[in-house]
Design a protein around this ligand. Structure first.
Ligand code: ATP
Ligand code: MG
Length: 399
């Protein structure tokens, strides 16, 4: 077993010694069986939350109403969740109530896909009630039980299906695909923030086309904010995208560029997807750089305004769209060779200009902007004396 499981074993041992059952469950089990690295180890147990808490010294109630307790006794925190069933789902999202149960099978039965419904014991044996191992071997995503019912219970699962397809290079079982086709519209009941997380994970996955195929063919995309008009562009991306994007900024920059959005439209799209302001700003800047790259008009001013990180992202996006003839390293060199990388690095300040007799006000600001641009473009050396002379000439010409 991977060391993450070995490290967590004292937790399971403690719970078992008290007479309860405990297993590793969820993504870490699936990923281990696939030979993939794992992130967080999740533990499911027959012990009720209060029983779990009584067994350990340091615990945090991270989601105690859902049965989740974080155990801190062994270094990194481990999330332990009591076996539970869910019922209700009146609003196609959260269950109305969760009920704690003592049976592992019932707990696994509420999970979304068979590959996510496996349990692992500390001796390495696997408990597989729903043919998850068979699906894992077949590289298949299949809902636990009746897909129609499962998507009706929780519509987010449809987005989870396409993101796992993209992350794992798995196909989605035809009946599960049919369920998505029939229930796509329920996605509008789900909080945009949660759809956002799954959508981005899909495009960060190594095989985005695997997810996008089903996302498009089932019509699921239509029920995501603002995506409906872009069927053709998405279908194009599906064939062009041979690998995943490297981060979230790249994901949205790709869409903005592929959809040919104006700056205002980018803002609207990202607002509708409940994105953070920083992300919106970054995407605006990166999109501008993509245009510069695509039209082969990258100059010093553009690389300066874009900055290192967004420059790499913009070129990644332009390359994915087949619109770049630049090497990323060359663009970064161009950036690195600039005399300054921020206005603060100018060898002159507003104070200096005032000391030389220039009056404070908009003129002074304009003079500094002029100097900034001239230095970035290499027309002026970044030296105090040179810049002072240039500022005075600039203002005299204006006068
Ligand atoms: P990742 O590697 O991305 O974390 P994961 O499979 O661990 O993948 P999580 O969102 O961390 O996904 O959820 C942990 C487990 O909880 C899943 O493997 C699945 O068994 C169950 N699960 C999560 N979300 C749902 C859901 N919406 N419906 C049913 N079961 C779910
Ligand atoms: Mg997980």
């Amino acid at each position: 077993l991977p060391e993450e499981f070995v490290k967590a074993q004292p937790i399971i041992d403690t719970i078992e010694a008290a007479g309860y059952e405990a297993y590793y469950v969820g993504g870490s089990v699936r990923d281990t069986l696939l030979g993939l690295p794992i992130h967080d180890v999740d533990i499911a147990t027959s012990a009720y939350p209060e029983e779990v808490k009584s067994l350990f010294k340091r615990t945090v109630d991270t989601g105690i109403e859902h049965g989740t307790v974080m155990i801190l006794d062994h270094g990194t925190g481990y999330e332990t969740t009591t076996f539970r069933t869910e019922s209700g789902y009146q609003d196609y999202r959260r269950p109305d109530s969760v009920k704690f149960v003592r049976s592992l099978k019932e707990d696994l039965n509420r999970r979304d896909f068979t590959i996510n419904a496996l349990a692992l014991k500390t001796d390495g044996s696997i408990i597989d009630y729903f043919d998850g191992l068979k699906d894992l071997k077949a590289h298949r995503i299949r809902a636990v039980g009746d897909p129609e019912k499962r998507f009706n219970e929780d519509a987010l699962r449809m987005m989870r299906a396409v993101r796992f397809a993209s992350q794992l290079n798995f196909v989605i079982d035809p009946e599960t695909v049919a369920g998505i086709k029939h229930h796509g519209g329920l996605l509008t009941k789900i909080a945009v923030e949660r759809i956002h997380v799954e959508f981005v994970k899909m495009l960060l996955g190594q095989w985005p086309a695997m997810g996008l195929d089903v996302f498009m063919e089932t019509g699921l995309y239509q029920y995501c904010p603002d995506f409906k008009p872009y069927q053709a562009q998405f279908n194009q991306l599906r064939t062009e995208l041979k690998s995943g994007m490297s981060n979230e900024t790249a994901v949205w920059t790709l869409l903005a560029a592929a959809f040919n959005l104006s700056s205002k439209q980018v803002n609207q799209l990202l607002k509708d997807w409940k994105s953070a302001n920083q992300l919106i700003e970054d995407v605006q800047v990166a999109v501008k750089a993509v245009h510069g790259i695509a039209t082969h008009s990258v100059d010093a001013w553009l690389v300066y305004q874009t900055g290192n990180e967004l420059l790499s992202i913009a070129n990644e996006v332009a390359q994915k769209l087949g619109q770049s003839s630049y090497e990323t390293a060359a663009l970064l060199d161009q950036y690195g060779a600039l005399q300054i990388h921020s206005k603060k690095a100018l060898a002159i300040t507003g104070q200096d200009l005032m000391a030389a007799g220039i009056k404070p006000g908009p003129q002074l600001g304009r003079a500094l902007n002029f100097l900034e641009r001239q230095v970035v473009e290499g027309q002026l050396d970044n030296q105090n004396k040179t810049l002072l002379e240039a500022a005075i000439n600039y203002l005299n010409e204006k006068a």
